[in-house]
Design a binder for this molecule. Structure first.
Ligand SMILES: [Zn+2]
Length: 366
């Protein structure tokens, strides 16, 4: 009888403990919602919706980086002008929180320039960087730095990059838009005279505030021809920016996932996805160690209308099939890791991503 009483009191204590445990868990979860990250890393797989992510998983021997994220959501990608967005309106929505018309960079649908998250966080004293494997002036990276009514005005966009006092690190391609211009201006020389460090390869970087690396005249070669350019550029950027006293904002684009899908080239696509996956792993390794870095991985839109099917209908093989050489309106995944990552769940607008980032950065001040 006594033994029985002892047992039941133990189980009561256990129950009480587990209640108080779950209560403290709840309140810590509430606090976490308002946990301010020091650094923000936003990664955009251009053209990478859930079919592309699953294509990476199907062709990978090891679990992919995507499976390391504790929180996931979905974002709607339509633009102001079209049901199916391009990278300009998609990039602008993610960068600025404004839906705009296809083709427009860093402007709302009334052609009014709007600030990007990179610009706003730079004003808060954070260091900023942009990495792409396309022209650095291409639609997605341009959306974070430039303002133009037409994404194809590459030389005007390059001029915006050169004149920006908000960006500290640029790594990508598109050198020709800086030094082989219609107006004859050599923007690289101009930028160097204004204190920028310029390199045309990833090696030999020296510590300094402003650095631009344009490693190709046009887009960088596809993976694996360009080697580990993207993960290496990312590691280099993390080393440079993480010394910043007030934190940093870094945008990294897997630019050529989209190019591969436009070409309906599944080998090119899988290669680009694995390169991006490898890069995400580098970022997550950094963020895990750092503990104060919010990592968001998303996309501007889906490209290729990709499906994986068994053409024999036996459910045993998976063949990649592109239903279009263009974009589709599919929702895109949002993966989040780090302080505040629990806010990036459910179905959201692509414009909500940056709004959630702003809310997180404001939360400690309330
Ligand atoms: Zn595209």
């Amino acid at each position: 009888m006594k033994k029985h009483f002892l047992l039941s009191s133990i189980s009561l204590v256990t129950i009480l403990l587990s209640i108080s445990c779950s209560m403290s868990k709840d309140s810590s979860a509430n606090q976490k919602t308002c946990q301010q990250p020091t650094n923000i890393i936003l990664m955009i797989g251009d053209g990478m919706s859930t079919p592309q992510v699953y294509a990476a998983m199907l062709t990978s021997e090891n679990p992919t980086s995507f499976e390391r994220f504790p929180f996931t959501g979905l974002a709607k990608t339509y633009s102001k002008s079209h049901k199916i967005t391009d990278s300009a309106a998609g990039g602008t929505a993610i960068a600025t929180g404004h839906k705009t018309n296809n083709g427009m960079i860093g402007m709302d649908s009334d052609s009014i320039p709007v600030p990007s998250v990179l610009e706003i966080l730079s004003e808060k004293g954070m260091k900023t960087g942009v990495i792409a494997t396309s022209y650095i002036t291409h639609a997605t990276p341009a959306s974070f730095v430039a303002k133009n009514i037409n994404r194809n005005n590459y030389e005007e966009i390059a001029m915006n990059f050169a004149k920006s006092n908000k960006v500290d690190l640029l790594i990508g391609g598109g050198r020709k838009h800086f030094n082989q211009r219609q107006d004859g201006v050599n923007l690289i020389e101009q930028m160097v005279s204004e204190g920028w460090n310029y390199y045309d390869t990833l090696i030999n970087i020296k510590e300094s505030d402003k650095t631009m690396i344009l490693a190709s005249e046009g887009h960088l070669p596809s993976y694996p021809s360009r080697g580990n350019f993207l993960p290496d550029a990312t590691v280099l950027a993390l080393e440079k920016l993480s010394g910043s006293e007030n934190g940093f904002f870094l945008m990294i684009e897997g630019s050529q996932i989209d190019f591969a899908a436009h070409n309906c080239d599944s080998t090119y696509l899988v290669n680009e996805l694995h390169d991006f996956d490898n890069t995400i792993n580098k970022v997550l390794d950094f963020a895990e160690k750092d503990g104060n870095t919010l990592v968001i991985v998303t996309a501007d839109h889906e490209t290729g209308g990709l499906t994986m099917i068994d053409t024999n209908g036996r459910y045993t093989e998976t063949f990649f099939k592109f239903s279009t050489g263009s974009h589709s309106p599919l929702m895109v995944p949002v993966f989040a890791f780090g302080p505040g990552s629990e806010n990036f769940t459910g179905i959201m607008e692509n414009t909500d991503i940056v709004k959630k980032i702003y809310q997180l950065l404001e939360c400690n001040h309330n």
